[in-house]
Structures are given as structure tokens and as C-alpha cells.
Write a protein that binds this ligand. Structure first.
Ligand code: SF4
Length: 166
């Protein structure tokens, strides 16, 4: 059984919701794959070895960084899903405009936060990424294609189907 993980970093969770919208395809796939990690959608999650890990969101906190490093270590194939994971997303668009301290002060009125925030980065700026599925959100058909290709041991080709922007 192919083991899959679906992880969320900093983002709106829209890409993970898009995956949940693949109900019919997911039900068929569930006979062939084990989704052992998908905290947004299920209670029982294990974090051991994965054949494929899908990662949504940009690396924006120290916690994100620790999670994605662990995901890379445990996964044969790592796929960045959505424009946050592929390019940094909206949260990275301010990177060249203002310092992190300036932004925190403007938005929150202080620079100390509960979370240790870092400069938002694409997943590929932190770990090696095997494939990228951009789109905001990614198109659910791309997720189904990706899983189908990988299940059959075929190097995936992902047609670009952006909904809003890349
Ligand atoms: Fe949300 Fe878009 Fe980022 Fe996906 S790419 S997590 S839909 S903001």
C-alpha cells in the first residue's frame, strides 16, 4: 500500500480543502493508498515513512521549517502544492518591500509573537522538492493526476491549470 501524507504549513488551507473536494476520486484512491497523515481531515495520524508527501503553504515560522525538514527526511517523493508552497504565496510578496520587523509592527503593533516568524519562503528554498503543483488553489484534478501517475510509477507530468493565479 502506497503511503501518502498531506501537510499544511502557513497558508489558508485552501489547497487541502481542494483535495477534500475530490471525494469521488479520493474514495477510489483509498483502496490503493493509505493516507497516514492528513491532520486537517482526520484524527488518527502517524508520521513515519511516506512514499509521497504533499506539502501546502509557505515556510513562514520556525515550526514550519522543522515540519518540512522532517517531511523531507521521511518521504521518498515530496510534492509542493499550491502557490504558497511553490513560490511563497501572498505572504512572501512583501519580502522585498519591508523588513519582517516593520511588517509585524504595522500589522500587530509589536514584533514579539507567540510563533517564531521567519521570512516566508517557498518549500524549495528550504528542502529539495521533487515536483511542484502551482495554482491558488491547486486544481484538484492535478492532485488526482499526481497520485495516479505516482501510483503507477510514472514520472508525473502536471498540466498547469491555475484557477486564480500561479
Ligand atoms: Fe491558500 Fe492559495 Fe496558498 Fe493554497 S496557494 S494555501 S489556496 S493561499
Amino acid at each position: 500500500m502506497v503511503k501518502i501524507g498531506i501537510m499544511g504549513l502557513t497558508g489558508c488551507s485552501g489547497c487541502q480543502c481542494e483535495i477534500l473536494n475530490c471525494q469521488d476520486a479520493l474514495m477510489k484512491l483509498l483502496g490503493m493508498v493509505e493516507i497516514s497523515y492528513f491532520p486537517l481531515a482526520q484524527d488518527n495520524n502517524t508520521f513515519e515513512e511516506f512514499d509521497v508527501m504533499f506539502v501546502e503553504g509557505s515556510v513562514t515560522t520556525e515550526e514550519d521549517e522543522a515540519k518540512v525538514l522532517k517531511a523531507r527526511e521521511k518521504s521518498k517523493i515530496l510534492v509542493a502544492i499550491g502557490s504558497c508552497a511553490c513560490y511563497g504565496g501572498v505572504q512572501a510578496q512583501k519580502n522585498d518591500e519591508a523588513s519582517l520587523e516593520e511588517m509585524l509592527k504595522t500589522v500587530y503593533g509589536r514584533t514579539e509573537l507567540f510563533l517564531k516568524v521567519t521570512k516566508p519562503r517557498a518549500v524549495s528554498e528550504v528542502v529539495d522538492v521533487d515536483y511542484e503543483l502551482p495554482g491558488c488553489p491547486l486544481d484538484k484534478r492535478q492532485f488526482v493526476y499526481a497520485v495516479s501517475f505516482l501510483l503507477n510509477g510514472v514520472k508525473p507530468f502536471f498540466p498547469k491549470i491555475p484557477v486564480c493565479h500561479e
